[in-house]
Ligand binder design. Structure first.
Ligand SMILES: Cc1ncc(COP(=O)(O)O)c(C=O)c1O
Length: 472
């Protein structure tokens, strides 16, 4: 069929029906995916047909093929990785973003979505108590937010030594030393690799993964003249712990370093005064990376890069190479790596508009309360040890041996009522619960602890860890 002849309306109605059904069904179905990629590929059809199919048929085929292979990541009992669900207002706005199909990179041509993104950006700075004149870029996720912020950091510390990276590249430059915590997220290292900065130096951390000020102090003292970037963390992926920003930021600034904070999910602690002790001093850093698709519960793909010196961010990301620019307004493409992109900040506007300031605080507090309740319930089960101080949304636990932990995790997935992650932390195999969905409530907490209890009994009734068929 000729693309110009394809009616869209029947397909959109079909999509609405499929969407309504999925939203009703997924909270009740098994949380892990039940179908495999091979099954899905078989149903999708591996060969490209010579002739196209009507749009609604394409939609029906897609749904039938793909749905068994979807995990119910919006469920209140999904705790895998650090993902989060989707707030209804953010979902609705995301649909409109696709329907409108605007290129959000350019202010003059798409002023409607640019305005929505700029308001969203201002609201984010407000709820997270970050400097109100910071540059904000909407990127695909925290990996690219780290990249964007660290590009500005790299260029700034080299510019202070008279080296213009945009003009001269990195070859022959004074070099940049990057200091990261022992337990920084892998995406920081990835971003540094993209930026040509190589492997960073690791700074020792305490038992919760928080950077030790004494260790940073001695590292900074070893090469005081070196252009330096210090990467801190708001929200350790296993413990949820926050680096002690107050002392670290002050120390790094005294040494002339740029301070970046990876707060992919943890930056949102700054939205509630009840967690102010975790984020004290964080606002004095120079750049911050976070996600909207985690704690704020917007759909993928939505990360947010914030740089306190907006002109520096623009100089690093914009097409203009010069630091001093003449145009009076900034186009959104000048603050992010891409030129063309979807208006991914619009669902952020919708999420924040639907929650309001108190709703954001309540969301974060509810995630933390659920994590603490899960930790308490797990701690009361014989054979499970909670390994972290549950200060935020993460709960990490283990059984008596690594093999036993793997077996219990396999039994949890086999039943499918909940879905945590299997991981390794401080040389132990662990099961990690990341409470990131706006849907998780007290009933989910009870169901979660019960599911772990059933998995423990299933493993012991099968004769212990030896029964585990494979490490999940
Ligand atoms: C602390 C931290 N930083 C960065 C990332 C990367 O985020 P994204 O997957 O959105 O790129 C994650 C992902 O879980 C994270 O937890």
């Amino acid at each position: 069929m000729n693309a110009r002849q394809q009616p869209a309306d029947g397909a959109l109605e079909a999509v609405l029906g499929h969407a309504r059904r999925w939203l009703t069904v997924y909270p009740e179905r098994a949380v892990p995916a039940t179908g495999s990629a091979d099954d899905a590929a078989e149903r999708l059809g591996r060969q490209l047909a010579d002739h196209g199919a009507p749009t609604s048929e394409v939609v029906d085929r897609l749904v039938a093929a793909v749905e068994p292979g979807l995990m119910a990541s919006g469920s209140g009992r999904f705790y895998g990785w650090v993902m989060g669900g989707t707030l209804p207002a953010a979902l609705a706005a995301d649909w409109l973003v696709s329907v409108w199909d605007q290129n959000a990179g350019m202010r003059d041509s798409t002023p409607g979505v640019v305005a929505a993104e700029e308001i969203a950006a201002a609201w984010i700075l407000d709820v997270l108590s970050l400097p109100s004149d910071s540059g904000v870029g909407f990127v695909t996720g925290a990996t690219m937010a780290n990249f964007t912020c660290l590009a500005a950091a790299r260029d700034a510390v080299l510019a202070e030594r008279g080296w213009d990276v945009a003009q001269r590249g990195l070859v022959g430059s004074p070099g940049v030393r990057v200091l990261v915590g022992e337990e920084s997220h892998g995406s920081v290292e990835l971003a540094l690799r993209y930026l040509g900065l190589g492997v960073p130096d690791r700074i020792g951390a305490d038992e919760q993964g928080r950077m030790l000020p004494s260790e940073l102090e001695s590292a900074l003292a070893t090469a005081p003249d070196m252009p330096t970037v210090v990467c801190l963390q708001a929200g350790n992926i296993h413990s949820g712990a926050f680096d002690p920003f107050e002392s670290l930021v002050e120390m790094a600034h005294r040494a002339g370093a740029w301070v970046h904070v990876d707060g992919a999910f943890g930056l949102w602690a700054a939205a509630t005064p009840t967690l102010a002790h975790l984020t004290a001093g964080l606002g004095r850093a120079d750049s911050w990376a976070t996600d909207a698709h985690k704690t704020l519960n917007t759909p993928y793909d939505c990360g947010i890069a914030v740089v306190s010196d907006a002109a520096r961010m623009r100089a690093s990301m914009g097409i203009h190479a010069s630091y001093l620019l003449t145009a009076s307004t900034v186009d959104p493409y000048e603050l992010v790596p891409e030129l063309s992109r979807r208006a991914r900040g619009v669902p952020v506007w919708a999420a924040l508009a639907s929650l309001g300031r108190d709703g954001v605080a309540e969301l974060v507090e509810r995630l933390v309360a659920a994590a603490q309740a899960i930790a308490q319930g797990l701690g009361e089960l014989a054979g499970v040890t909670v390994l972290n101080d549950v200060v935020y949304s993460q709960v990490t636990c283990a059984c008596a041996s690594d093999a036993h932990t793997r077996a219990v995790f396999a039994a949890i997935l086999e039943e499918g009522v909940i879905m945590p992650s299997l991981s390794a932390w401080r040389e132990r195999v662990v099961i990690r619960f990341s409470v990131s969905s706006w849907r998780t409530g007290p009933d989910d907490v009870v169901a979660t602890v019960d599911a772990v209890a059933r998995a423990l009994s299933a493993v012991s009734s099968r004769g212990g860890e030896e029964s585990a068929s494979s490490p999940a």
